[in-house]
Write a new protein. Structure first.
Length: 133
């Protein structure tokens, strides 16, 4: 038996929660700002992961995050100025417990790292992963 129930989102319980993550039952994901989060029952545990994205300009770091967050406005390339933080929420059923994953993506460009290198230590504090390109 798998720890994660892969078909749970198609069940009645999963569908009752999944509508919080889409705009008016459409196929477009709802974007949550830094201070926003889905309104779900307080019994659902939230697990946060901080993921640092760094690499050369133009390789698709911001596009990957935008796609995961439901922002499909990435047709034209613009370099990320400064540091961009994006929160992505997704519910998962592990064993018999529903867990809300909050993925905090911290995105920056190579040029911004050089310009703002004095705040790099903040990136690494309580960091759960890094995606280097």
């Amino acid at each position: 038996m798998n720890a994660i129930n892969m078909n749970w989102l198609a069940s009645a319980e999963g569908e009752s929660l999944i509508h919080h993550f889409y705009v008016n039952s459409s196929k477009k994901r709802r974007f949550y700002g830094i201070l926003e989060k889905p309104s779900l029952p307080s019994s659902i545990e939230e697990v946060t992961y901080k993921i640092f994205m760094i690499g050369r300009s133009g390789v698709g770091k911001t596009s990957v995050i935008a796609r995961l967050a439901g922002i499909f406005d990435s047709n034209s390339y613009t370099e990320t100025n400064g540091i961009r933080k994006t929160n992505i929420y997704w519910p998962v059923k592990i064993w018999d417990k529903v867990v809300l994953f909050k993925l905090q993506f911290w995105d920056t460009s190579e040029n911004s790292i050089k310009k703002y290198n004095h705040i790099l230590p903040k990136y690494y504090i309580e960091n759960n992963g890094a995606y280097l390109i």
